[in-house]
Design a protein around this ligand. Sequence first.
Ligand SMILES: Cc1ncc(C[n+]2csc(CCOP(=O)(O)OP(=O)(O)O)c2C)c(N)n1
Ligand code: SF4
Ligand SMILES: [Mg+2]
Length: 346
Amino acid sequence: MATVIEPPKKVNRIGLEMATYRGGKTTLCAGCGHNAITERIIEAFYEMGINPTQVAKLSGIGCSSKAPSYFLGTSHGFNAVHGRMPSVATGTLLANRTLLAVGVSGDGDTASIGIGQFVHLMRRNLPLIYIIEDNGCYGLTKGQFSATADVGSKQKSGAINDLPPIDTCALAIELGATFVARSFSGDKRQLSAILKAAIAHRGTAMLDVISPCVTFNDHEGSTKSYAYVKDHDAPLEEIDFIPYFQNIEVDYDPGETQDVQLHDGSHLRLRKLAADFDVTDRAKALVALEESHQNHEVLTGVFYVNPHQKDFLELLNLIDEPLATLPQERVRPGKEALEEIMEELR
Ligand SMILES: Cc1ncc(C[n+]2csc(CCOP(=O)(O)OP(=O)(O)O)c2C)c(N)n1
Ligand code: SF4
Ligand SMILES: [Mg+2]
């Protein structure tokens, strides 16, 4: 009898198959942008060779916040209260600084109920990849406008939004986030490169990903529909990501390209479409965003990167070992030390 030789299974640089990076079967609507983002996250973690058991997935409440159940099934996970994921992420990283943390939120979860937590997260530069799956509505509760809905945007019922939107990217840049980008769930190439760069970044990487809600916000008159974003997408640059484990070949004209080295030695290579755009210039990033609003464009790409600022854990001077696994005798001061303190207070 002939022996059947199975082709070798494809694995990444740490020997894991793509299947290891998947999670449960999605319960979101077919065609929901959030499902496409899940696929890109699975690919990015697989291609970067990140061990899923070293990852903590965090989220709030919403269709978007359900998404972490559908990727990295063997990672740690915590589904927090609506809008309160940043506090849980902060606690997680303080307890175990060796984890790679990825937070998934929605535009409602972030820009409505969670805006207070979001604001303080951005100014702390916590080493967290923070993804907003932005559909301009509260998908889970049947499509009410969120705080990222544009003025004049129409609900399915015909109601018009007359409140100005919050631009989460502009807000994040203003507050001190050190990696800020916007992408579209339908743009595989751009979103993959941005996700990989966010994994290599050390600090808060804030990604606002326009992710159409096919059930409640994909009609004519919505500015978060597939058709609108495809028609109005104005990419700032073409993005390549070169991980530290790949050789870097210099094959570009430096006048039109910007190369940013990230913490682990990876490179973010930006072929600039606006020749004078400098991704390390906060003020220019804010101007570009403002201009895009005036022109009714959906500006996508990496707006701002600062790989030099200390992250929150470094600022706190935490020891290298995770606090969560320190033995009792090293986390409790002991009777003598307490008596000494009491003596000083007498
Ligand atoms: C404290 C609290 N208030 C309100 C709700 C109801 N609620 C659940 S999800 C949601 C909005 C979700 O919108 P978004 O974060 O944009 O996620 P999407 O479903 O659009 O992905 C709301 C208001 C809740 N669960 N908890
Ligand atoms: S209701 Fe909208 S956001 Fe929620 S799963 Fe369906 S398409 Fe996605
Ligand atoms: Mg939403």
